[in-house]
Structures are given as structure tokens and as C-alpha cells.
Design a protein around this ligand. Structure first.
Ligand code: SF4
Length: 232
């Protein structure tokens, strides 16, 4: 990316973060996170829907005696428990796979042993569960291990494109490269959580309204929409 463009986009990103922080509050790491719970949340929120996944996980915790009850639940029943989430059937299978592997190999439904591992080993262990996406693994590293890795979900990508942080025609790999260039490491945690929440509650996939959005003064799509005199 050309220097001038990079500077403009970095400035835009700082502006977006500052507005979102003002409206949603700063996002700080929760310590110490429960590692298994963080992984299950990451799986449920795979392509986005962090808030919904967190609320469903909380509901499961209230209703179930322990994670073992989830382990012995049939995939179909688990799918029904999380049916509001996209790809519920695949997510149910992934959750079952994780719990079953821990039960069979470690006789304990926790990930406390991960605390001894560095990032490379954590990724290796996550790969061993099978089928976890790049975003799930990145979310785990970001939330549980203080690694500054951005989980590039479909929601983050959508907002980044609409706001104008990246060009709308870019592939996900290219979006990741551009965001790497303009997002300082120490702001990744905040950026991820604030933009994910904004994507889930305001700049939703369909039927989003720009007029009341707090980013409308900065956002490329918002400006076009407002110029056309359309509230959407
Ligand atoms: S102004 Fe519109 S397109 Fe831009 S972030 Fe807000 S809702 Fe999304």
C-alpha cells in the first residue's frame, strides 16, 4: 500500500476506534480467562456473533450441571441448543469433538495444561482438535493468551470494507494484509471487540441503518448513503 494511503487509512482506523470506544467503552482483557470456556465460545462465534455466542454459552452454563453433560448430549440435541447461531450443526460437532477428545485423552474437561505452552504449541494442540478455523484459533490466542492476533471474521471484514479501511473488492487474505499494515498491535484487542460488537448490533449484514450510526461521519458507505438522502 502506498505511504499516503496507509497513513489516511491508519488515521481513519484511529478515528473509528476512538468513536467506538466513546460509545461502547474501552475493551480490556478479562483475567484470568477460563481456557476451555474461551475455546468453546470461539467455536460458537466462529465467523462472528460474539455477543450471541457468549449469551448462548452463558445459558448453557446455567442449564447444564457441567461440560460433561454437554459431552454426552447428542450432536442433534446440541445443535438445537445453539440453533440461533449460523452453522449450528457444524459447531455442535466441533464442540462435541473437543469435549470428547479431552475426556478420552486427559480425563478432564479443561484446558489447564495449555497454560504451560507457548503460542506455537497452543496452535499445534488446537489443530489436533481438528477442523478449527483460522478465526477460532486467532480468537483463542487473542482472548486467552494475550497474543496480538486479529481474528478476521466475516463481520470484521464486512465493517472494514463498508467503513473504507480496506477496498471492498479485496479477498480475505488481502484484507488481512492491509489491516496488518494499519492496525497497531496494541490496538488489536480493542479493535476486534469493538468492531465485532458494532457489526453484530448496528452494521449488520442486511437492513443496517446508517443515519443513526455513530460512525456515519467517518464511514465511506455511510457518507454515500447520506448524500443520496437514504437513511440506509
Ligand atoms: S455508517 Fe452505515 S455502513 Fe457505516 S458503519 Fe455505520 S451502519 Fe455500517
Amino acid at each position: 500500500m502506498k505511504t499516503r494511503l496507509r497513513k489516511d487509512r491508519a488515521r481513519l482506523l484511529r478515528g473509528v476506534l476512538s468513536v467506538l470506544e466513546r460509545h461502547l467503552g474501552r475493551r480490556r482483557r478479562r483475567r484470568p480467562p477460563d481456557l476451555l470456556e474461551t475455546l468453546l465460545h470461539s467455536v460458537l462465534a466462529d465467523a462472528g456473533n460474539d455477543l450471541l455466542a457468549a449469551s448462548i454459552l452463558e445459558q448453557l452454563k446455567q442449564e447444564l450441571v457441567d461440560w460433561n453433560e454437554l459431552r454426552v448430549t447428542t450432536p442433534r440435541s446440541l445443535e438445537l441448543l445453539i440453533h440461533q447461531l449460523p452453522d449450528a450443526a457444524e459447531k455442535a460437532l466441533a464442540v462435541k469433538r473437543i469435549l470428547q477428545k479431552l475426556f478420552t485423552e486427559r480425563h478432564a474437561l479443561d484446558l489447564d495444561h495449555f497454560q504451560r505452552f507457548g503460542q506455537a504449541r497452543v496452535l499445534q494442540e488446537l489443530d489436533a482438535f481438528g477442523g478449527l478455523s483460522v478465526a477460532v484459533k486467532a480468537r483463542m490466542l487473542l482472548k486467552a493468551f494475550d497474543s496480538n492476533v486479529l481474528p478476521l471474521t466475516a463481520e470484521i471484514e464486512r465493517v472494514a470494507k463498508r467503513v473504507g479501511l480496506v477496498d471492498s473488492y479485496l479477498t480475505t487474505d488481502k484484507v488481512s494484509e492491509v489491516l496488518d499494515e494499519i492496525l497497531p498491535c496494541k490496538r488489536i484487542y480493542s479493535f476486534y471487540h469493538l468492531v465485532a460488537e458494532h457489526a453484530e448490533t448496528v452494521c449488520v449484514l442486511r437492513g443496517y441503518a446508517c443515519a443513526p450510526c455513530v460512525l456515519v461521519g467517518l464511514c465511506a458507505r455511510g457518507k454515500v448513503v447520506m448524500e443520496k438522502g437514504d437513511s440506509k
